[in-house]
Write a protein that binds this ligand. Structure first.
Ligand SMILES: Cc1cc2nc3c(=O)[nH]c(=O)nc-3n(C[C@H](O)[C@H](O)[C@H](O)COP(=O)(O)O)c2cc1C
Length: 427
C-alpha cells in the first residue's frame, strides 16, 4: 500500500490465531436478506462478497441465531440466518468461501436467543421478567412509534434452560468452525438473552446467576470456558457487550468494564464495545460519531481490559483514525457506513477519502429491518440488490414490490397512522 494519512489504519491486528490486515471491520448486521427459513440465499453471499472484495479487514456476520429456541422466538426472520443445524452449513460455507476468496477473515455472531425482544409466547425467555421500555425520544432517528416502545416482560429462564442454551451454543461453535468461520462472537449486547444477566436492572435472580458481578457474568463465562475446553485457546471468540446502559437505574462503564475483565479471564479473545441498548436506541445507532470516546467509556475499558477492543459508532475517516491512532480502540466496527459504501476501506487505502459515500443516518435500513423487509440504503441503490443484475430493478415485478414497500414504509413514518395500527394490534 502507498503510505498516506490513513496508514495507521492499515496496520495488522491479531485476534486469537487470526491476523487482520487492517483495523476496519464490518460490524454485524442483519442486512443480507431476504432469506427463507434462515437459509443463506444468493443475495446473502453477494452482499458479503461485495464488502469483502473492497479490502475490509474482517467481516462479522450478524443476524445469526445460535439455537433453535432463538429461531422460534425471533421477533422477525427475513434478515436472520440460522446456525442451529447441520443443514445450514452448506449455505454458510458459501458465505465464508466468498470472504476467503478475497483473503478476508470472517467471524459469525452467536445470538443464543432474543431475551426481552423475543416474540411473545413460550420462547420469550430472559434472565428475569423485566420488560423493555423505550421512551419515544430515545428511539433512533427515523423510527416512529407513538408513545415509544413497550414490550411485555419475558419469563425468567430456568437453570435447566440456561444450561441447555449454553450447551447448544458450544455445539454451534463447532458447526461454525466446520462451516469455515475464522472466529465467533457471543452477542451479549442490546437486550438479548445474555445481556439481560449482566445488569442488576434486568437481572433480579437470587440463584447463582444473579447478585454480584461474578454471578451476573456467569452465563457468558461458562459458555466461554466450555468453548475453550472444547476447541482450545487460539480460535477467536469475542464478546459483544454494552459499555453503558445510559439509564438512571442502569449500570455504567465501571461495572461493565468489570464484567469485561471476567470475560477476558474466561478466555474471550476480544471485546466489541457497543453503546446503550434498544432502551436508548438513539445511542446504539447514533446520529453522531465518537460517543463512546467522548463519554469516557473507551478510556475506562482500555484501562481495565488488555485483549483487543473494537468500537462502533464512528463514520468519518478522521474520527476512525483518531479512534485507532490515539489508542481508544484497536479496530472500528463499521455498520451503516458499509451499507452506504462497500468500497470505503479501499478508498482510504488508496488515499481517496474524499470519494467515500457517507451514510445519511436517516436509518432507512433500520426502519425496514423493524418491519421485516429486506434492507435498502438511501445512499446506495445497489445495497440489497447485490445479487441482481443492475437493470433488474426496472422490471414490472420489482417496481410493484418497490411501490408496496414504499407505501408500507410511508405508513410507518406517520404518527397518527401508527397510532391507529398500534390500537388495532393491541385489541
Ligand atoms: C440494518 C442494521 C442491522 C443490524 N443488525 C445487527 C446485528 O445483527 N447484530 C449486531 O450486533 N448489531 C447489529 N446492528 C448494529 C450495528 O452493528 C452497529 O452497532 C450500529 O449500527 C452502530 O454502528 P454504525 O454507526 O456503524 O452503523 C445493526 C445495524 C443496522 C443498521
Amino acid at each position: 500500500m502507498v503510505e498516506n494519512k490513513w496508514s495507521e489504519l492499515f496496520k495488522p491486528l491479531q485476534i486469537g490465531n487470526v491476523v487482520l490486515k487492517n483495523r476496519l471491520i464490518m460490524a454485524p448486521m442483519s442486512a443480507f436478506g431476504p432469506v427463507k427459513e434462515g437459509f443463506v440465499a444468493d443475495q446473502t453471499v453477494a452482499f458479503f462478497e461485495e464488502r469483502a472484495k473492497h479490502g475490509i479487514g474482517l467481516i462479522i456476520v450478524g443476524g445469526s441465531v445460535a439455537t433453535t429456541m432463538g429461531w422460534k422466538g425471533a421477533p422477525m426472520t427475513r434478515n436472520l440466518l440460522r446456525l442451529d443445524g447441520d443443514k445450514f452449513v452448506p449455505g454458510l460455507r458459501r458465505v465464508t468461501e466468498a470472504a476467503h476468496r478475497h483473503h478476508v477473515p470472517i467471524f459469525v455472531q452467536l445470538v443464543p436467543t432474543w431475551g426481552a425482544i423475543s416474540k411473545p409466547g413460550p420462547y420469550h425467555v430472559g434472565a428475569s421478567p423485566v420488560p423493555l421500555v423505550t421512551a419515544e425520544e430515545n428511539l433512533s432517528t427515523g423510527l416512529t412509534i407513538p408513545g415509544g416502545l413497550s414490550l411485555p416482560a419475558p419469563r425468567a429462564a430456568t437453570i435447566d434452560e440456561i444450561k441447555a442454551i449454553e450447551q447448544e451454543v458450544v455445539q454451534t461453535v463447532h458447526r461454525m468452525r466446520n462451516a469455515g468461520f475464522d472466529g465467533v462472537e457471543l452477542g451479549a449486547h442490546m437486550n438479548y438473552f445474555l445481556t439481560g444477566f449482566l445488569s442488576p436492572r434486568t437481572n433480579l435472580r437470587t440463584d447463582e446467576y444473579g447478585g454480584n458481578a461474578k454471578n451476573r457474568a456467569r452465563v457468558v463465562t461458562d459458555i466461554l470456558r466450555a468453548i475453550r475446553a472444547e476447541i482450545g485457546p487460539n480460535y477467536p471468540v469475542g464478546v459483544r457487550m454494552p459499555v453503558n446502559e445510559h439509564l438512571p437505574d442502569g449500570i455504567g462503564p465501571e461495572e461493565f468494564g468489570e464484567l469485561a475483565v471476567l470475560f477476558q479471564d474466561a478466555g474471550a479473545s476480544y471485546i466489541a464495545m457497543t453503546d446503550a441498548s434498544y432502551a436508548v436506541m438513539k445511542l446504539a445507532t447514533a446520529d453522531k460519531d465518537m460517543n463512546i470516546i467522548e463519554h469516557g467509556e473507551a478510556k475506562i475499558f482500555r484501562e481495565k481490559v488488555s485483549i483487543p477492543l473494537l468500537m462502533h459508532g464512528v463514520h468519518h475517516p478522521d474520527n476512525i483514525l483518531t479512534a485507532v491512532a490515539d489508542g481508544h480502540c484497536d479496530g472500528v466496527m463499521m455498520a451503516r457506513p458499509l451499507l452506504a459504501d462497500p468500497a470505503y476501506p479501499a478508498k482510504l487505502r488508496e488515499g481517496k477519502a474524499a470519494e467515500v459515500i457517507h451514510c445519511d443516518r436517516q436509518n432507512l435500513c433500520l426502519r425496514r429491518n423493524f418491519i421485516n423487509l429486506p434492507i435498502r440504503c438511501s445512499a446506495n441503490p445497489r445495497t440489497g440488490f447485490e445479487s441482481h443484475p443492475a437493470d433488474q430493478r426496472h422490471t414490472i415485478g420489482m417496481k410493484l414490490q418497490a411501490l408496496t414497500e414504499s407505501a408500507l414504509l410511508w405508513v410507518t413514518t406517520k404518527r397518527p397512522l401508527m397510532r391507529i395500527i398500534m390500537k388495532l394490534a393491541a385489541r
